[in-house]
Design a protein around this ligand. Structure first.
Ligand code: AMP
Length: 546
């Protein structure tokens, strides 16, 4: 016997419909790349999203077509979140910090049809415009008055003209909830960037989960400022959760320095924020130097990289801001765990309380996790044992876009689990602590640097026999690339020459911070470089930039 409840699909459009109907007057405030502060409401965003959905149809966009954005956090980007996904197309948010060659690779791989961009990315668009294979239209996210003159971009359109070209009489289509809704590429695995394709259903379930009080804790009385970019796993889902709960949204645009952020926190009475540790370092530095306080901010979500314990304490003891340390991945939509207290933990002595908060946290409902040993068998919780962290759940990837990289899942007893590439311990209360990373990529300021790309370039140098790139600790960026080089017999090359060899081949910030020359690089049984051994060998190494 089936239940007798309505069968309404879980659709992204339902979020903006809800926000318009029940929180129509709630504000969305953005610092624009044009320079000013822009104010609007969910009512207006909903209307403009419908007009943009119609404009996309008029451009010939069909169900499941990929529509790319290269954009900061702002109200137009939010409108695209709903216009694109809501109408059945796939919103592909591209990371503008990538090298133009990688942006071209990703746009071609995704077969993007239209690319929307903020004006600050004009040079990047000019660098890629003649090279991408499938993009039919480039749309500058601005009005006619700010359109770039003589931009030399084929089929350049103006965002506001597209909105104005249509009225808002549009019914969101009743889609299958399993339809793809958005796409985000991650370099967080080895090889080329891989696409993670979210569905309406996975997004909605994730939104319910992150809004919960012990999760990211969003409510209609909050003013939420996501510093985490909308191109980094949909700003961790906050643009959806804000519509679901009716919270005010504040977007920082390109102003990510301490001063610009602080001004917005104060003027917009921000209560909740979210971002990677590097951003908070800049903000705390500014606040400290100027003897300021936060008058309304009470919680901030920190994740993407481990939150340093000193930062937890500084926020808590000096500014009365509670840090929610969270862990997740692009492959997990992204939220997996949040370090929020269980009964009694809030009243622990400070050292013990902060020790709980320093862990990556406990699984939010919907995510199951376990640690496994080298034999693939599950390890017990509560002990000292670390193992490979595996996860499963309805908002966790089952395969990468276009089957890239084969089947990523590990199967035990017929059940598929996603191996995260993180190594962790889980305590008896279910709090997970990341102890290492088994994947080889380097995470600098919350952004991936592909070690293989760096190694391939070094190996192309005539004096290099073998090169490995590993993460070295950096107090500001968390990790920076360190190049370990074994020279060819008799060959000579200096550190400066090797670093100069990277110029023009990669984004500048990917260049290794230092080079260490070794007599041999340890190899495993299959001839692979054993980077875990190198990491162990160099664990006390201090970068000159640190
Ligand atoms: P991304 O797909 O770019 O979101 O990166 C996901 C990866 O970032 C995870 O697999 C971890 O290696 C790392 N990561 C994310 N959050 C944390 C955290 N709170 N502490 C330590 N590492 C983290």
């Amino acid at each position: 016997m089936n239940g007798q409840m309505m069968q309404l699909p879980l659709l992204i459009s339902s979020l903006i419909v809800h926000a318009e109907r029940h929180h129509g007057g709630a504000e969305v405030v953005s610092r624009r790349v044009e320079g000013d502060i822009h104010r609007t409401t969910y009512r207006e965003i909903a209307s403009r999203s419908r007009r943009m959905a119609k404009a996309l149809a008029a451009l010939g966009v069909k169900t499941s077509d990929r529509i790319a954005t290269l954009a900061w956090n702002g109200y137009r980007h939010l409108e695209l979140y709903y216009a694109v996904s809501g109408s059945g197309a796939v919103l592909h948010t591209v990371n503008p910090r990538l090298h133009p060659d990688q942006v071209v690779y990703i746009a071609d791989h995704a077969e993007d049809q239209v690319l929307f961009f903020d004006l600050s990315f004009l040079p990047l668009i000019q660098a890629i415009a003649g090279r991408t294979k499938t993009i039919r239209h480039f749309v500058a996210m601005t009005d006619r008055a700010h359109m770039p003159a003589d931009a030399k971009i084929p089929n350049l359109l103006c965002y506001e003209e597209l909105v104005e070209s249509q009225d808002d009489r549009y019914e969101w289509p009743l889609l299958d909830e399993n339809l793809a809704s958005s796409l985000c590429y991650t370099s967080g695995t080895t090889g080329n960037p891989k696409g993670v394709l979210y569905s309406h259903r996975s997004t909605l379930l994730h939104t319910f989960a992150i809004a919960l009080p012990d999760s990211l804790n969003c409510s209609a009385s909050d003013s939420i400022l996501p510093v985490v970019p909308m191109f980094h796993v949909n700003a961790w889902g906050l643009p959806y959760a804000a519509c679901m709960t009716g919270a005010k949204l504040v977007f920082p645009g390109a102003g990510l320095d301490g001063k610009s952020l602080y001004e917005l926190f104060e003027s917009e009475k921000v209560t909740v924020s979210a971002g990677v540790p590097t951003v908070w370092q800049g903000l705390l530095g500014y606040v400290e130097q100027n003897g300021l306080k936060f008058s309304t901010m009470r919680r901030t979500v920190i994740g993407g990289s481990a939150c340093p314990p000193a930062m937890l304490r500084k926020f808590g003891d000096e500014y009365d801001v509670h840090v929610l340390h969270a862990w997740g991945m692009t492959e997990m939509s992204p939220v997996g765990t949040v370090a929020s207290f269980k009964a009694g933990q809030k009243d622990l002595p400070p050292d013990e309380r902060y020790a709980v908060m320093a862990k990556q946290g406990r699984a939010v409902y919907g995510v199951d996790m376990k640690i496994v040993g080298g034999d693939g068998k599950e390890l017990p919780w509560g002990g000292a044992e670390s193992g490979d962290l595996h996860v499963r759940g309805p908002w966790i990837v089952s395969e990468y876009f276009k089957g890239e990289g084969g089947d990523p899942l590990a199967y035990v007893d017929g059940q598929g689990w996603f191996p995260t590439g993180d190594v962790a311990r889980i305590d008896s209360d279910g709090f997970m602590l990341i102890t290492d990373r088994s994947k080889d990529v380097i995470k600098s300021g919350g952004e991936w640097i592909g070690s293989i790309d760096l190694e391939n370039i070094a190996m192309a140098h005539p004096a290099v026999a073998m090169a490995a790139c590993i993460a070295a600790f950096h107090p500001k960026w968390d990790e920076r690339p360190l190049l370990v080089v074994m020279k060819k017999p008799g060959a000579e090359v200096t550190k400066e020459q090797l670093l100069a060899f990277y110029e023009g081949k990669i984004a500048k910030w990917w260049t290794p911070d230092d080079v260490v020359f070794v007599d041999a690089i340890p190899l495993g049984a299959t001839g692979k470089m054993q980077k875990n051994k190198l990491r162990e060998m160099l664990k006390d190494y201090k970068l000159p930039t640190a």
